[in-house]
Design a protein around this ligand. Structure first.
Ligand code: FAD
Length: 591
């Protein structure tokens, strides 16, 4: 049977529900099908630019393989190399054409970073820190005058940009920054403070800086600061574990006068500006991770085929095949989610922050698993610096640390979803009083959320949400439907049990976060597999197999997490942590 005749058609081109977040709706047991199906294509305009750009990147970076390795070792990027990146237009990727950039969408941009990451992570970071976070604030929150003044110079790379939020006392707790911006009588500000670990710190001409202004409207304000202004300086290149060639430095501001026209966004709203930039920028990081995984898959496959042990190619051994297949599953799942999120941003979906966090967490961990396993396949060779595995292993480690640690993002995913459930629960309580004790009473006045819950718990009225998939993918869809309902019940139950105290229940929040990650990543994988099954006659069946395998793995994880909400060793772990914190050391020895 052909792929087409087997396929039950999903209604194409359904209008997206831009006011809906897929991930947040999962907490209500709902799958926003219109925002998942059909899997979004790249814009034609992006496709044109990308064809040329990816080829140009390969042509430029492939011959520099040994130089890139040397620069990693020596921890620097030569000025003429950075000039070549400028010449290729790589600093203007997402800047609109009217300001001299290439005007790529988020999806197109992520694809470029994916290509450069196939060669070297430091290159991607130099380009990515500029676009994803360094100058993104001007695109998102800048006024017309600021855009006209800075974007053309940023697009050409005359000004490379950096994002200055972190300080020695303010990492994950970004709101606790100490850099100050004191307002002067003429409306200008005087900036004082030191930022640490700033990517592009040593090569930037423009910094997006966050400082305390303690105005009645808020505590933080964002500023555009030029590197050439008096009082701005940076420290030496940090000696890092990975992404060693990319510039990371401290940036110091000493009595720097910032004119009022360089306030970015509203005064006092700097935290919102920072979070908007980070949310929007996460697809760049995800795209880079996917590119890295593709290179690792290629290397690992060649290695597995070439290496012979026990008279056979190691590719014949089940434990090697298990690793290779997991790499494929991880890469496909990450790719499906990263480009779905990029599509949300490009389509103007109002709130994609949870989806962006999910794609960042998953992609960053997927590449680390992939690097670990690719190195293991190469084994002794993998450990030698002559081969690329160790560098990718070092380089990818940062991805779960910066742009929000994965711990903070897991909490964010869980709490953001539960916040909406919490509001619904309070509304519900106000509306119907003791309804939870008597579900029949007041049925007519229940909010849609409450009635949905009661349908679920009484087991009738639940519609199949994903109704028109290829039969092979239907089973996968049913798993996601089931666990979306489980998630909503779990969120509801935890909120009833802990109320606002849920914010401190981190063990439980991690389980909720992980279920949400599996659901959203799985749904993106499902949508892409469905699309490829229809369109890719050569490899579409493999995409379906990947979806099936991911779903089975996700189902086991989700079931474990649901069980873990009730039956777990959290108390014992907490006590053990308290014990070791008190002792400060592992107390036993065999002597
Ligand atoms: C190479 C590199 C480049 C960077 N580039 C930039 C840049 O360009 N611009 C910039 O502003 N910053 C940059 N950073 C900083 C980066 O964003 C921070 O390192 C990151 O936000 C984490 O902060 P921290 O390292 O101080 O860790 P901490 O916040 O001290 O966290 C330590 C650990 O505690 C966990 N933790 C913290 N709070 C909680 C909590 N409430 N609940 C549970 N766990 C928690 C964290 O997840 C982490 O595991 C960069 C860092 C590095 C290493």
């Amino acid at each position: 049977m052909s792929a087409t005749s087997e396929t039950v058609s999903v209604t194409l081109n359904q209008a997206m529900r831009k006011d809906q977040s897929v991930a947040k709706n999962l907490f209500f047991g709902e799958i926003v099908e219109e925002n998942l199906f059909p899997y979004p294509p790249l814009r034609d305009k992006d496709r044109e630019v990308l064809g040329m750009m990816t080829e140009a990147i390969d042509d430029f970076l492939s011959p520099l393989k040994h130089d890139l390795k040397t620069w990693d070792k020596e921890a620097h990027q030569p000025a003429d190399f950075i000039q070549s990146l400028r010449d290729m237009g790589l600093f203007g990727l997402i800047i609109p054409e009217e300001h001299g950039g290439l005007g790529l969408s988020n999806a197109g941009y992520a694809r470029v970073l994916s290509q450069s990451s196939r060669h070297d992570s430091s290159v991607s970071l130099t380009i990515g820190a500029h676009s994803s976070i360094g100058m993104k604030g001007i695109l998102l929150s800048g006024n017309d005058e600021q855009k006209a003044r800075y974007l053309p110079r940023l697009a050409s790379g005359e000004l490379i940009a950096a994002f200055c939020l972190t300080e020695s006392g303010a990492g994950s707790d970004a709101a606790s920054i100490r850099t100050t911006a004191k307002k002067n009588a003429d409306g200008s500000f005087t900036l004082n403070g030191e930022k640490i670990w700033i990517t592009n710190g040593g090569i930037a001409g423009l910094y997006t800086v966050f400082a305390r202004t303690d105005s009645p409207d808020g505590k933080m304000t964002a500023f555009i600061v030029e590197a050439g202004w008096p009082g701005v300086s940076h420290g030496p290149h940090e000696d890092k574990m990975g992404i060693r060639a990319s510039s990371t430095t401290t940036v110091v501001f000493e009595d720097v006068r910032v004119p009022p026209e360089n306030v970015l966004g509203d005064e006092g709203k700097g935290f919102k500006v920072a979070m908007g930039i980070l949310n929007n920028g996460r697809t760049g990081l995800g795209g880079g991770a996917v590119g890295g995984m593709k290179t690792l898959i290629q290397l690992a496959t060649a290695q597995a085929k070439d290496r012979k042990q026990f008279g056979r190619s190691i590719a014949e051994f089940g434990l090697i095949r298990e690793k290779l297949s997991q790499m494929m599953i991880d890469c496909f799942a990450a790719e499906s989610a990263v480009w779905m999120v990029a599509h949300y941003i490009d389509s103007g979906v109002d709130d994609y922050s949870v989806e962006a966090a999910i794609s960042k967490v998953f992609a960053s961990e997927a590449i680390q698993r992939t690097a670990h396993e690719a190195l293991q396949i190469a084994a002794g060779n993998g450990f030698m610096r002559e081969f690329p595995y160790e560098q990718v292993t070092r380089d990818s480690r940062i991805l779960s640390i910066f742009e929000g640690t994965n711990e903070i993002l897991r909490l964010y995913i869980a709490l953001s979803g539960m916040k909406d459930v919490g509001s619904s629960l309070s509304e519900l309580k106000n509306a119907v009083g003791d309804i939870f004790n008597n579900p029949i009473k007041g049925f007519g006045v229940l909010s849609s959320y409450a009635s949905r819950r009661i349908r679920e718990t009484t087991g009738f009225g639940t519609d199949k949400i994903i109704s028109e998939l290829h039969p092979k993918l239907k089973q996968c869809a049913e798993v996601y439907e089931k666990y979306a309902v489980e998630l909503s019940k779990a969120a509801d139950g935890l909120l009833r049990m802990h109320g606002k105290g849920i914010a401190d229940e981190q063990y439980q929040l991690k389980r909720i976060g992980d279920i949400t990650i599996d659901l959203f990543i799985g749904l993106c994988t499902l949508s892409r597999a469905d699309h490829l099954h229809r369109t890719d006659s050569k490899n579409g069946a493999q995409a379906v197999s990947i979806c099936d395998a991911f779903t089975q793995q996700a189902k086991r994880r989700m079931a474990g997490n649901i069980r873990g909400l009730l039956k777990n060793e959290d108390k014992e772990r907490d006590a053990l942590a308290a014990f070791v914190l008190e002792q400060g050391v592992y107390p036993w020895d065999v002597i």
